[in-house]
Design a protein around this ligand. Structure first.
Ligand code: F6P
Length: 546
């Protein structure tokens, strides 16, 4: 049994250090130490992580690093990389890192090296995606398949969706891709009304192949295809990615066109496997492999670098500092890159499904805060929506700014304006503006004394709001791989510190079960016992639908 983290000596030191230093101002820390920026900037190749605009100093960082050591983080990292069954509730290894193990060193699960099978599936993905892209694997009427429709939900959707969007610049020029995840019929309708059955390839992605949304959507698409081209077309227009060959063939998909993966890969960690086949179809296997290489570079950095210089470890420790000591329960990710706009959505599942837990791995209810609420969106858009609260609201939200130095679309001064905004937001969050400064500015702008008095507080900014700035050269496949792996490992480290199993997702089950009991009531005359609100709502909706 692990010692509860809030009873460790590092935690106690952090608690007391926080008490004395919680009001320290970052702007004073910058003024005191001219080397602060370089002292608190790390890099891995072309990825730079500037964490100097955080409410930290040498001592708090030391205690946080002590905490990492006290929870035996090093051994836990080794346990993951070497295939130990660290997903204890499901008795599974956690080996998304094996999917991008470009060194191809053996990794054993139950005495079996997993690498040969991983390589085999990658080779199959390459063969198939090349065949589609070069027009050798054609649709039932002999036309090239140029519309890729990914049908999946959660981890079987968000990774491919985020990554294909992020890598739009690398798409084959004659191809397009679409995503159907939601069970809402409009999701199917939107896509099916935009594509031509003769040129459409449906990629049904479901680890379990039992997820009601995915299977219902897949059946609707199958019917649409059969109505247009006949039953024989299914084999040419449907492929599946799943661990469940029996259900795949029951659905009518030829298992030759099924791409497997393994239960040591969780849904939200799966885009590196055949689950990423839509990515490979759109950007080509060479680019998909570059994404794996980028992730692998981050894996090696994470596994082999001392904690002081380890980007995911430092990121995770900062998150612990804010969440568990300052009480900041939200976390924002703001990519200043249009193509990364879905990254926050992806990270929402990665982080919240992994660390939204309240029982620890020793089967005890937890008495400290765990996973934060993750949200975000692309800058500068979000500056004009929720940034008001981030600057002047009463909740303090630590932020990550992701800033590519070079854009794929260097049009006029667009990119410089974008970057200027990203950097300005970090500076503004840190410095703020005192009431006196606001008053002075108002007076300078010609306001009289009464007007200055009336407005100065509204125009002030508390500042001292923490941000990390992650600068990358350009959003290319390799960099995307690095970025995503960096967040995966951050989530892992936090899970270790909180002593939770970051790799199950039992919290999604209850709602699914209840939906199954409500469905027959909506569809017929069945009655199940509910609270009066739910029963009334069922009757009301049935009445309206009549
Ligand atoms: O809703 C939870 C979840 O199990 C996710 O973890 C997973 O990514 C998603 O559903 C889809 O599951 P499947 O790939 O089995 O269809």
């Amino acid at each position: 049994m692990n010692k509860p983290v809030n009873k460790t000596s590092a935690w106690k030191k952090l608690t007391s250090y926080y008490r004395w230093h919680k009001n320290d101002e970052m702007k004073d820390l910058f003024a005191k130490d001219k080397d602060r920026a370089s002292k608190y900037t790390l890099n891995l190749e072309n990825l730079y992580f500037d964490y100097s605009k955080n409410r930290i100093d040498e001592k708090s960082m030391r205690y946080l690093l002590d905490l990492a050591k006290e929870v035996n983080l090093k051994e836990k990292i080794e346990a993951m990389f070497s295939g130990e069954k660290i997903n204890i509730t499901e008795n599974r290894a956690v080996l998304h890192v094996a999917l991008r193990n470009r060194q191809n060193t053996p990794i054993y699960v139950d005495n079996k090296d997993v690498m040969p099978e991983i390589n085999e599936v990658l080779a199959k993905v390459k063969k198939f995606t090349d065949a589609v892209r070069f027009g050798e694997f054609k649709g039932a009427t002999g036309k090239k398949l140029t519309n890729i429709v990914n049908i999946g939900i959660g981890g079987s959707d968000l990774g491919p969706y985020m990554a294909t969007t992020a890598l739009k610049e690398y798409w084959a020029k004659d191809m397009n891709c679409y995503f159907i995840s939601n069970i809402d019929g409009s999701a199917c309708e939107d896509v099916l009304s935009s594509v031509d059955p003769e040129t459409t390839l449906f990629v049904v992605v479901s680890k379990t192949f039992t997820t009601i949304e995915t299977l219902t959507n897949a059946r609707t698409c199958r019917k649409w295809l059969i109505d247009a081209l006949g039953e024989h077309a299914v084999a040419k227009h449907f492929i599946a990615v799943s661990t469940n060959a029996t259900e795949v063939s029951k659905f009518g998909i030829n298992t030759d066109n099924m791409f497997g993966f393994w239960n040591f890969v969780g849904g939200r960690y799966s885009m590196w496997s055949a689950v990423g086949i839509s990515i490979a179809l759109m950007v080509g296997m060479e680019n998909f492999e570059k994404m794996l290489e980028g992730a692998n570079a981050m894996d090696l950095h994470f596994r082999n670098t001392e904690f002081e210089k380890n980007i995911p470890v430092i990121m995770a420790l900062l998150g612990i500092w804010y969440n568990n000591f300052f009480g900041f329960k939200e976390y924002g990710v703001i990519p200043y890159d249009q193509d990364l706009r879905f990254l926050p959505k992806y990270l929402q599942q990665l982080d919240m499904e992994s660390n939204g837990k309240s029982v620890d791995i020793d089967n005890k209810f937890i008495k400290y805060s765990t996973g934060p609420i993750i949200f975000g969106g692309a800058g500068t858009d979000v500056q004009h929506s929720f940034f008001q609260l981030l600057h002047q609201g009463t909740n303090i939200v630590p932020l990550d700014f992701i800033v590519p130095a070079i854009s794929h679309n260097e049009i006029g001064e667009h990119h410089e304006i974008l970057v200027a905004n990203a950097l300005a937001q970090g500076e503004a969050m840190m410095r703020g503006k005192t009431v006196e400064e606001a008053a002075e500015e108002l007076a300078k702008s010609g306001k009289n004394a009464d007007e200055v008095k009336a407005l100065k507080r509204y125009k002030s900014f508390p500042g001292n709001r923490p941000t990390n700035t992650i600068v990358v050269k350009k959003v290319d496949p390799y960099t995307l791989g690095m970025l995503v792996a960096m967040y995966e490992h951050k989530v892992f480290v936090q899970g270790i510190i909180w002593n939770i199993d970051s790799f199950d997702q039992m919290g999604v089950e209850l709602g699914k079960q209840m939906a199954l009991s409500i469905l027959p009531e909506l569809q017929g005359n069945a009655y199940n016992k509910h609270d009066s609100s739910t029963s009334n709502l069922i009757s009301l909706i049935k009445k309206i639908r009549k």
